[in-house]
Ligand binder design. Structure first.
Ligand code: FES
Length: 326
């Protein structure tokens, strides 16, 4: 899965192979181009930023087994309606080509203390989760995967998921585009087993549904990766308040937040640094205490009726003013 990203320092990697693994999805093997034998290590859930041939950067999950240092594998879905980044990779990049690639980052790591895992993937959202499956298979911590795709033709990594060590833990679900065939997540999520952590990656409607159905799970046990897919519609009715003001309690500064600008960006525009990482409402790095006002949550971390905290990278205000503990 991919999302736009600011480029940082980049390595130059060579395309060692490319292979179509589903309709409109190509798996690339990227290896050191010269001078280095090993790539920076990564853990399951990590992604890299890739500079595409049209000059747009995109984030792609690393799909191969964590621990492999000789290559990175990324699966790219050709987004026909996108801005052209993924399309240019699929249509133009061939074996032997060189690509600028950033160092791995991980906003979606496996919880070290989880006793078992439940994975829910939709479409190309399987990419971070297939690395998690690689990391856990044959190990002591059990896992279960539900992977929803439209059809067998759009199911990526089908061979890996049907391997004997993995298949007993996987359910591949094909809805054939028929809402009546949608997977029954309500039953799956009704009773969380103790010690289970839930990881979900896929289209925004899938993640919203899973988020709504897992609200009763223990705090900190539900994790999402959305690759900056854009503002997540709040489950409740959208706020009529477009622009609003944040007051920074420690300095008394008032900062207007215009419609279409995040609180985080408004602060940056005033030269005020604030912690952040994913900037898509999934990692929790920008969690900020709300002292007054009503937040409108658009993230995947906080409960929708939380009143005392906000993720300032994506969430907004339902009141004309928020007072933040900044
Ligand atoms: S920076 Fe990750 S949730 Fe805001």
């Amino acid at each position: 899965m991919s999302g736009a990203e600011e480029p940082g320092a980049m390595m130059t990697l060579r395309v060692a192979s490319r292979r179509q693994i589903a309709h409109d999805i190509v798996l690339f093997d990227l290896v050191p181009s010269a001078g280095a034998d090993l790539l920076p290590a990564f853990e399951a859930g990590a992604h890299v930023v890739v500079m595409t041939p049209v000059g747009l950067t995109r984030r792609y999950s690393l799909c191969n087994a964590p621990g492999e240092r000789h290559r990175y594998q990324v699966a790219v879905k050709r987004e026909a309606q996108g801005l052209g980044g993924s399309r240019s990779l699929v249509d133009r990049v061939q074996v032997g080509d060189l690509l600028p690639v950033g160092a791995p980052e991980n906003f979606f790591p496996l919880d070290a203390h989880a006793q078992r895992f439940l994975f829910i993937a939709g479409g190309i959202g399987i990419t971070p989760i297939v690395a998690m499956v690689h990391a856990l298979k044959g190990g002591p911590r059990p896992f279960e995967l539900v992977y929803c795709a439209r059809s067998p033709e759009t199911t990526a990594f089908a061979d890996e998921l049907r391997a004997p060590a993995v298949a007993p833990h996987c359910r591949l679900h094909h809805d054939l585009g028929d809402p009546a065939r949608a997977f029954d997540f309500a039953s799956l999520l009704a009773e969380p087993a103790p010690g289970t952590h839930l990881y979900c990656c896929g289209p925004v409607p899938l993640m919203q549904s899973v988020r709504a159905l897992s609200r009763h799970w223990p705090a900190g046990s539900v994790h999402f990766e959305d690759f900056g897919a854009g503002p997540v519609a709040a489950p409740q009715a959208p706020s009529p308040v477009q622009g609003f003001t944040v007051r920074l309690a420690r300095s008394g500064l008032e900062v207007p937040v215009a419609a279409g600008t995040s609180i985080l960006q408004a602060l940056r525009d005033r030269g005020l640094p604030a912690p952040s990482s994913c900037e898509s409402g999934t990692c929790g790095a920008c969690r900020t205490t709300v002292l007054d006002g009503i937040p409108e949550h658009r993230d995947y971390v906080l409960d929708e009726d939380a009143t005392d905290e906000i993720m300032i990278c994506v969430s907004r205000a339902r009141s004309p003013r928020l007072v933040l503990d900044l």
